[in-house]
Each structure stands twice: as C-alpha cells, then as structure tokens.
Write a protein that binds this ligand. Structure first.
Ligand code: ATP
Ligand code: MG
Length: 411
C-alpha cells in the first residue's frame, strides 16, 4: 500500500526519523488517501515529546500550538504541519474532553484513543499501521468504533454525531453495534458544546448522503433541534428532498428549519455565526413572499432585499416546489419566470437601488432639500417612481420632479 505524501510532509517525517523518533501521518489524511480523495490536511503523530520536536525543527519556524496536548506546529516551505506526540486520553468526567492526557511511546496507544477504525490508521516509512481493521472497513464502507461503542461514546458524546457526519460525507453505513449504541446513548449529545455540535452538523448537512442519514437518524437530530419533532414522516421527507436541490449550507439550513417558523431562534440557540443567522432569517421572513414575474414587483423586492438575497430566495422557492412534486408545477414555472425577469433587469442595468439612481443626496441638497429624514424620503420616492416607470432615471428629470416635491414640503 503506497500513499503519495507531499514533499513538506515527507521532510518532516524524515527529520523525525533521522533523529531517532518514530513518525507517521495519521487519521483523516490516511483515510482520505486510501479512498483516493485529496486530504484536507496532513497530521503527524510521533514518539518525540514536544521539546524534542522543537529541537528536531530548530532550523524551522515552530509554533507551540498546544503543548499540553502534545502539539507543535512546524512550518516547512510555507506549509503548517501539526505534529503531535503519541498520547492516551485520560478519564472523561464530563463526556466532553479528557481531564488529562498522557504521553506514550507506542503508536498503538495513540491509535486506540481515536474514534473510528477508518480514522485510526497511521502510515510511515514501513508502510501502514492498521490495528483495528480500518482498511477492511474502508473496503466495506463501514463506520465502526475502535473498541466498545458504549464506552467510546460515553467518553465523548460528540463521537455520536461524528459517526453520522462520516456516514453522510463518505456514504458509509454505520456498523450494527455502533449504530445500536448511537441510538441508545443519543442523550449524551446534550452534554456537548453547541460549537462542537454545529461544526460536525454542518459537515453532515453538506455530505453527499445527508438525506439518508437524516432519514435514518432523525431522532438524533431531534436531540439538538427538538423543534423538528412537529413534522410527520411525509413532511420530514419532503423537507429533506427539498434540501437536495441546493448545495448551499445556508439554503439547506433555511429549508430544514423554515417550516418550524422559528429558524432564526433555533440557529441562535445553536450559536451559529451572525451571517448565517441573518441570511437564513431573511429567507424565512420572505418565505410567504409571492414571486410575481412582473418587473416592477421584482424591482421592489430587489430594492428591499438586494440581488444576492433575491437569487437565494429563488433557489429556496424552487427547491421547495421541486420537492413537493408535479401538483405545483405552475408555481415552479413562475419561479423560473421571476428568475429570468430578474436576470434581464440586471443585464439591462435597470434601476432598483438608491445607488443606481441618477441623483444622490448631494444633488438633492443642491436642489434645496434639507438633510435628514426628508432627504431620505425624497430619494426613496424618486426610486419608487423610477421603479414604477413613472419617472425616467435621468438627473434632469429627477431634479425637475424634486423641485415640485420641495414646493409641496415647504407649503
Ligand atoms: P476531516 O477531513 O473532516 O478533517 P478528520 O478525520 O481529519 O476529518 P478531525 O476532526 O480533523 O477529522 O480529527 C482528526 C483525527 O483525530 C481523526 O481522524 C480521529 O483519528 C481523531 N479524532 C478527532 N476527533 C475525535 C474524537 N472526538 N474522538 C476520538 N478521536 C478523534
Ligand atoms: Mg482533519
């Protein structure tokens, strides 16, 4: 079994070996290489302690990333490489993180603390170290705990969600004992910080097999999003189907949570980032917005929410209608017409925002409108009239109109 390793990583392994230490690439990068996928990052595990790692790489820039956990980051030709001492995790009193970690001289110990067989392989100069049947599980496309599932989930409840995440991303089935233990121990997810949950859940949602995983393990998602309990099986399936029609995380979240009527609050509780919360919130607030393929109506909506949100809304509506099937075929046609009309508006550079108006605040002040509220009202009125086709978007036309507007205000 031969894995192609980037030159910088090979350099790091060679330096450690040359200094008398064992060193391997480990975890996700070994799994992904065996699968023929390009690894996202390359982690190194070694018998060297952190002070010894620092000495080995004294010619290079190093960062003491997590000395307590045995990790030093070494920068080789611009590449940041995390090198971690073999370790055993101590006892877990809170199902979250080990109270202590112990360093060890045996790679076997380090592999044993890892979550799943496919993530518990190392590869070094003598080839692959596969103590738990990781290669065979990759071949059979199976997620299986290293050791006793109950024990391993008891140590760290996040592993329950990680199993689902890997199942979704890789399209692997979860092995029977591991699966039973997941269902039995699902409440352990309550002890896990929202940030850790969200990071795994986002990867699950973007996985190629998210639909099947969320169908089979709905009860697990309910542990951290209890609001989805209101859906019956048919509704749940329709929601998941709608999510297949987009590959944007924001849209998948919006589609997942839309019908709860509480999308924004749910995301806040889960401590999602502000940008995701506001994008999903905006889509939910527009969910009853009728998309009328009429240019004036579209320009008004573009004025209100902007072009990027408008295109997101189009995709959102299209996904909802597609999932519902042919009964609502006309609605889908309307969405496409609205999309086409908006594209024409953009292509023709038709005015729908204050920025595109041929006059700005300064021009109006020059024409005698005072600063403050009235200035904003005047600009908005001009924009509405331009959108409605009642005024041409030309400076002299707009200023001419504004003189009358000023007369009316002054009266
Ligand atoms: P990705 O490609 O998505 O980063 P990964 O396998 O590298 O996947 P990470 O979360 O980066 O996943 O973790 C790196 C490695 O550390 C894993 O492959 C696994 O061996 C180990 N690991 C990570 N989290 C846990 C955990 N909660 N319990 C046990 N081992 C873990
Ligand atoms: Mg990783």
């Amino acid at each position: 079994m031969n894995i192609v390793i980037p030159r910088e990583i090979a350099t790091a392994l060679n330096i450690l070996n040359y200094n008398g230490f064992e060193a391997y690439i480990v975890g996700g990068c070994v799994r992904d290489s065996l699968l023929g996928n390009a690894p996202k990052d390359w982690d190194i595990t070694t018998s060297a302690r952190t002070d010894e790692i620092s000495i080995c790489f004294k010619e290079y820039r190093t960062i003491n990333t997590g000395l307590k956990h045995g990790t030093v980051t070494v920068i080789i030709q611009g590449m940041q490489i995390e090198i971690t001492t073999y370790r055993i995790d101590g006892s877990y009193t809170d199902n979250r993180h080990p109270d202590t970690v112990f360093f060890t001289d045996k790679v076997a110990d380090d592999l044993q603390r890892r979550d799943f067989t496919i993530n518990a392989m190392a590869y070094g100069k003598n080839g692959i170290v596969d103590l738990f049947g990781g290669i065979s599980d990759i071949e059979s496309r199976i997620i299986r705990c290293v050791g006793e599932p109950d024990e391993r989930f008891g140590e760290d409840g996040l592993r329950i969600l990680r199993a689902l995440r890997f199942s979704s991303v890789l399209g692997f089935k979860i092995e029977k004992n591991t699966e039973e233990s997941i269902r039995k121990n699902k409440q352990l997810l309550c002890n896990i910080s929202k940030e850790r949950i969200v990071s795994e859940f986002n990867k699950l949602l973007m996985g190629l097999d998210f639909h099947n995983v969320m169908m089979e393990y709905r009860e697990l998602v309910e542990v951290f999003i209890p609001e989805i309990r209101i859906f019956n099986d048919k509704e749940w399936e329709t929601i998941l189907n709608s999510m297949k029609h987009t590959d944007s995380l924001v849209l998948r979240l919006a589609l997942l949570l839309n019908e709860t009527g509480n999308a924004e609050r749910i995301l806040k509780t889960l401590k999602y980032d502000g940008k995701t919360i506001s994008s999903v919130g905006l889509l939910s607030s527009c969910r009853d917005e009728q998309l009328i393929p009429d240019k004036i109506a579209i320009k008004k909506l573009l004025k209100k929410i902007g072009y990027d949100n408008y295109t997101a809304l189009i995709k959102f509506k299209a996904a909802v209608f597609k999932a519902r099937g042919h009964v609502f075929f006309n609605e889908l046609d309307v969405v496409y017409e609205a999309e086409k009309a908006a594209e024409e508006i953009i292509a023709d550079n038709e005015c729908y925002s204050l920025k595109m108006l041929d006059v700005n605040g300064e021009d109006l002040i020059g024409a005698g409108i005072s600063r403050g509220m009235i200035l904003g009202d005047a600009l908005n009125e001009l924009l509405d009239l331009v959108i409605e086709g009642k005024l041409e978007n030309k400076k002299e036309v707009l200023l001419d109109y504004i003189k009358n507007f000023k007369l009316a205000v002054d009266k």
